[in-house]
Every structure is written in structure tokens, then in C-alpha cells.
Design a protein around this ligand. Structure first.
Ligand SMILES: Nc1nc2c(ncn2[C@@H]2O[C@H](COP(=O)(O)OP(=O)(O)OP(=O)(O)O)[C@@H](O)[C@H]2O)c(=O)[nH]1
Length: 294
């Protein structure tokens, strides 16, 4: 009988948690970007392999929260560490004082934890990996310390074998064709947000939320008509997202549509709307309504 279980992926913002999740599952489940704090809620990605089922939980990068959205993100990451079989703590640099925040939570949960050193493709010398390993030694009784590259899928067999030791024999939790707990709406909204993260700078990416308003099958054209709402915090941000003569919005729409078509094997007709909701990230109710709350 195969094994199955839950594995939470935690770490600071931008260390490559979502890239690792996608690479392990073999499908784009979570959006990724070079901007910090891309992931805003916990996302489950499921890998079925050789009768085993790995249920990975990707979490928002842990940081000291400064607004309601940040508090919800932090809560999502912390709660995802309860009741799991194993934790992957992803890092890409030697231990710093700022890592104590996560270390203390890991110590508090006391779960089997694998330290995953990511982005080794970017390191020039083997001694750079050693430096990271040494800096984390003695901080916690890590089950294993495994250097990987989520980008190149390096040392994945070793990583999966290390995880398997903590999973349990028994029936699988999800059907074999199930890859994520996210709804189609949520995945589409996230793909649109990803294109905005790449297209905008400074505070704009962090001020954006995306919601799918309506989704209707158009039988005449054999398309799926999707209306999505992009929410920003200020009028100036609305101007940036729309761009001169609407060019920015058009670019975001085209990129999102192409990827949605590919991932869902669909023909989508996507219409984007932009709305200002002042300081929405500071309003707990709005944060929840936009899908980032409990
Ligand atoms: N070179 C290299 N880049 C990587 C690797 N893994 C992730 N990245 C890049 O690092 C950046 C952040 O990746 P994400 O997967 O979004 O990071 P995250 O930890 O989920 O980020 P948050 O959502 O902010 O917590 C992206 O630009 C990725 O392409 C890797 O193994 N090698």
C-alpha cells in the first residue's frame, strides 16, 4: 500500500516556495514572481507518484505583518504548520537574525522539518552551499538538509524520499486526478494577478487584488466569457494599470488569456475591469471578501 500525507512549505518571501510546489507537482498550481509576497493564501498542490500521495501546502512568505492583509497571510502560513506530517523550510541564503521569526514557529510546532536550500543553480561554488548549511546547523534538529534547484528540479528524488519517511501507509486523501484545492475562479484570478505583478513596479503589485465576477459559457462562439475585476487602492494605481490608451490593461489581458487557455485547455474571452477601493488591505472585512481571509 502507498503512503500519503501533508507537507507544508514555509520560508521567507521570495525564496522560491511556489516555484518548488509547481516543480514538485509538475503543474502550475501557484503563481510565482520576482516580487516579494506573491502568495497570499495557502494553496494545496497534490503529487501522485508510485501509489504515494504527497499533499503539499504552499504558504505566504513569513514576515512581520504591517496591515490586515499581511496579518491574514501570516496566519495562513502559521496555521498551515499545524497537523501536518512534515515541514519543508525553504531558504536561499545563510541564516540571519531575520530567520529567527520562522525558526521559533518551527520550534514551537516541533514537527519533522527538512531544510531545503533552494536556488543552488545560482550559487557559484560548492562552498557557498556549505556556508548556508553550516549557518543553519544546530539551530534545529533538522531531519535532513537538502540543497535543490526548484528551477532545474535538482535533487528532487532525494527530497521526495526524505519526505516519504514521514508519510503514512493508508488510503489516499484525494482522488488521483485532483491537483489542487483551488477553484477554477481562484486560479484564473491568480493568473491575472501574476501578469500584473510582472507588469508593474513599487507599491502597485502589492496593492492589487483580482476577483472573477462572472463566468459564462458562450455556446454560440464556443468560448468561456470571463469578467474579472482588478481592485487597486488609489486612483493613480488605476491609471497605471489601465495605461496610456488602455495599453497596459490590454497587455495584462492578453498575457492572462493566453495562459488561462493553455492551463485549462479552454478558449476564454476575458474582460478586465479596474476599480479603486481605498486602502483595502487595511480593512479586515474587505481582505476576507477578496478571498484572503479565513
Ligand atoms: N535561479 C532560480 N530562481 C528561482 C528558483 N526558485 C525560484 N526562483 C525564482 O525566485 C523568485 C521567487 O519565486 P517564488 O516561487 O514566487 O517565491 P515564493 O517563496 O513563493 O515567494 P512569496 O510568494 O513572496 O513568498 C521567482 O523569480 C522565481 O523564478 C531556483 O531554483 N533557481
Amino acid at each position: 500500500m502507498g503512503k500519503s500525507g501533508f507537507i507544508t512549505i514555509v520560508g521567507k518571501p521570495n525564496v522560491g516556495k511556489s516555484t518548488l510546489l509547481n516543480a514538485l507537482v509538475g503543474e502550475k498550481i501557484a503563481i510565482t514572481s520576482p516580487k516579494v509576497q506573491t502568495t497570499r493564501y495557502r494553496i494545496t498542490g497534490i503529487l501522485n507518484e508510485d501509489d504515494n500521495q504527497f499533499i503539499f501546502i504552499d504558504t505566504p512568505g513569513m514576515h512581520k505583518p504591517s496591515h490586515s492583509l499581511g496579518k491574514q497571510m501570516d496566519k495562513a502560513a502559521t496555521e498551515a504548520m499545524a497537523d501536518v506530517d512534515c515541514v519543508l523550510w525553504v531558504v536561499d541564503q545563510p541564516f540571519k537574525k531575520s530567520d529567527e521569526f520562522i525558526l521559533n514557529r518551527i520550534k514551537h510546532e516541533g514537527l519533522p522539518t527538512i531544510l531545503v536550500i533552494n536556488k543552488i543553480d545560482e550559487l557559484e561554488k560548492k562552498s557557498d552551499i556549505d556556508e548556508i548549511i553550516i549557518s543553519f546547523m544546530g539551530k534545529y534538529e533538522f531531519d535532513e538538509i537538502i540543497p535543490v534547484s526548484a528551477k532545474d528540479k535538482t535533487h528532487f528524488v532525494h527530497l521526495k524520499n526524505a519526505i516519504l519517511k514521514h508519510l503514512y501507509e493508508g488510503p489516499q486523501f484525494y482522488p488521483e486526478d485532483y491537483v489542487t484545492d483551488q477553484s477554477k475562479d481562484a486560479r484564473m484570478a491568480e493568473l491575472i494577478r501574476e501578469k500584473i505583478l510582472y507588469a508593474t513596479e513599487q507599491e502597485v503589485p502589492h496593492s492589487v487584488a483580482v476577483m472573477i465576477e462572472t463566468m459564462k459559457v458562450n455556446e454560440e462562439l464556443n468560448t468561456l466569457d470571463v469578467d474579472a475585476l482588478i481592485i487597486v487602492e488609489r486612483d493613480s494605481q488605476k491609471g497605471i494599470i489601465i495605461g496610456k490608451n488602455g495599453e497596459m490593461l490590454k497587455k495584462i489581458g492578453t498575457q492572462a488569456r493566453k495562459e488561462i487557455n493553455k492551463i485549462f485547455d479552454l478558449k476564454v474571452h476575458l474582460t478586465l475591469w479596474v476599480k479603486v477601493k481605498k486602502d483595502w488591505r487595511n480593512d479586515p472585512q474587505t481582505v476576507t471578501r477578496y478571498g484572503y481571509g479565513d
